[in-house]
Design a protein around this ligand. Structure first.
Ligand code: FAD
Length: 495
């Protein structure tokens, strides 16, 4: 029945049929409930990734008079579903179908090419809407904070992923792929995505929506060996079983797993929670239970290899003789203190150097403040909130990675979006969100954007971009060939 409750829902339905529109609607003539006002709820969502779309979906479903406008800084929607999810995982991108349905809802609008905090301020949006929901994700990098981090050949995984996924700001990265060994710092799913893309047979990548420049560069890449370095042990890795299995089964590659890293773990994993147990068992099987004959055969046949290095932390990126580019990475050898997921890594005095020409740091994403008027917890890199209600800021809400930090998959973000939408609806119900005044919504914002020379891209504008991308992809036998230039996107959208 939803948040309105049975009587509310009935009233809203009755009135929707009887009324032509208007800001607030008066129900009359229903026995015992002679005059109830259901005010329109104007909501502005900032960011069109999963958090934005799932929050919108829930609000539209459970508040029959909610009008939701989604603002997005890029001309194209869907956030990390378009620019993060690996090109060889098309099934994950199916959520776009549900988001498209939401965008087509008659009370939902999309305004791309509008950067909130720059093109329009939070204060201005507050004047135009009853509620603002910040869902702008986590776009900054966590830095390594070690010498040599700025050498040529060191990139954040965020930038590298943006490059192969056609994110306009990363399209000119032109990463250094001319050496045989790449080191990825991190043991999460993004690290495995990057390793897989670096090592995948080009014939597999060709059929994905990977950016053409990345396909060309990876086809010419000399990288043959990818080492994934983590500061803790096999029982603390952050990647999941599906991604590990894909690596183990990656054609033309051979896994480098040192049996000594896994000895004695079999006994321990028996008592671990099921997902961690299954993941650990798969690693142990790949490292210890392989048939030597088959392994030798696979190794001989494979032209590339990848490995997991445990209990190592980066100390310094070692420069080449000319001091310009990466020649290797210096690692401290760690030991573990404590047990299980909360075990801590402690550096020992031992040091190890790894020769490599490419270093990708996959140590996490970070949110940043977009407007000084919004509270921000710099330490945790999130907007401080209670179930999505921004603390000490009535009318402001948040959801997704900017609410809880950059962890979790799309489904986690979906639940998070629903939770925030529930908070908004509860505040409306309890009278905690002021919906008494009429708000101008997009009409009020449009005036400001016009004055500032901003041309927003509508959802139908995005659909034109989509059409061009799909058509360009068809020529190349790919699901799409993404447009990379923001100006070109805007031109196509406005044709
Ligand atoms: P985002 O998806 O980042 O969306 C934020 C949106 O806000 C973006 O569109 C951004 O352009 C916009 N924005 C930013 N600033 C502004 C501003 N000032 N004004 C207006 N708009 C703004 N999950 C899975 O389930 N499966 C996977 O395979 C998977 N792969 C992943 C791969 C990578 C590399 C990464 C990083 C994540 C992956 N995830 C995956 C996780 C998933 O992408 C996240 O859970 C989800 O995208 C978080 O949603 P969000 O809406 O909070 O942030």
């Amino acid at each position: 029945m939803g948040i309105l409750g049975p009587v509310g829902a009935l009233l809203a339905r009755i009135y929707r049929r009887a009324s032509g529109g208007g800001r607030s609607r008066v129900f009359s003539g229903v026995r015992g409930l002679s005059s109830i006002t259901y005010p329109e709820l104007k909501v502005c969502i900032i960011g069109s990734g999963p958090a934005g779309f799932y929050t919108a979906q829930h609000l539209l479903k459970y508040h029959e008079l909610a009008v939701v406008d989604i603002y997005e800084k890029l001309p194209v929607p869907f956030g990390l579903v378009r620019f993060g999810v690996a090109p060889d995982h098309p099934e994950v991108k199916n959520v776009i179908n549900a988001f498209t349905q939401t965008a087509h809802h008659d009370r939902c609008s999309f305004y791309g090419n509008v950067t909130v905090g720059k093109d329009v301020s939070i204060e201005e949006l507050k004047q135009a809407y009853h509620a603002l929901i910040l869902t702008y994700g986590a776009e900054a990098n966590r830095t390594l904070g070690i010498p040599g981090e700025n050498l040529l050949g060191v990139y954040s995984a965020r930038t590298f992923v943006g490059w192969y996924n056609g994110l306009p700001e990363n399209r000119n990265l032109d990463p250094e792929l001319s050496s045989e060994t790449a080191v990825i710092l991190g043991h999460g799913n993004v690290a495995l995505d990057v390793a897989r893309i670096l090592l995948s047979p080009i014939d597999l990548l060709k059929k994905t929506d990977i950016a053409a420049h990345a396909l060309e560069a990876i086809a010419a890449s000399k990288v043959k060996r990818v080492l994934l370095v983590g500061r803790r042990g096999p029982l603390q890795v952050a990647f999941t079983i599906k991604e590990l299995r894909e690596m183990i089964n990656l054609p033309d590659t051979h896994p480098l797993l040192h049996p000594s890293d896994f000895e004695g773990l079999k006994q321990i994993v028996k008592d671990l929670p099921r997902p961690r147990k299954r993941l650990s068992e798969l690693m142990i099987k790949a490292a210890l239970e392989k048939s030597p004959a088959k392994e030798a055969e696979r190794q001989a046949a494979a032209s590339k290899e990848w490995g997991l290095q445990f209990l190592r932390s980066p100390l310094e990126v070692i420069p080449s003789n000319d001091g310009k580019r990466v020649a290797g990475i210096r690692l401290s050898v760690n030991k573990l203190e404590g047990l299980g997921e909360s075990a801590k890594s402690v550096q020992t005095e031992d040091i190890e150097d790894l020769e490599c020409g490419l270093v990708l740091s996959s140590i996490g994403y970070k949110s940043h403040p977009i407007d000084p008027s919004v509270p921000f917890d710099e330490q945790q890199g999130i907007i401080p909130n209670n179930l999505g209600r921004v603390l000490h800021a009535p009318g402001l809400y948040c959801s997704g990675w900017v609410k809880r930090g950059p962890t979790g998959v799309i489904v986690t973000t979906m639940h998070d979006g629903f939770e925030t939408a529930e908070s908004v609806l509860e505040d409306v119900r309890l009278g905690l969100l002021d919906v008494s005044a009429s708000k101008g919504g997009y009409k009020a914002v449009e005036v400001l954007l016009k004055q500032r020379g901003i041309r927003p891209v509508s959802f139908s504008g995005w659909e034109k971009i989509n059409g061009v991308e799909v058509a360009n992809g068809e020529e190349a036998g790919k699901p799409r060939e993404k447009l990379l230039d923001v100006q070109e996107m805007i031109e196509v959208a406005n044709q």
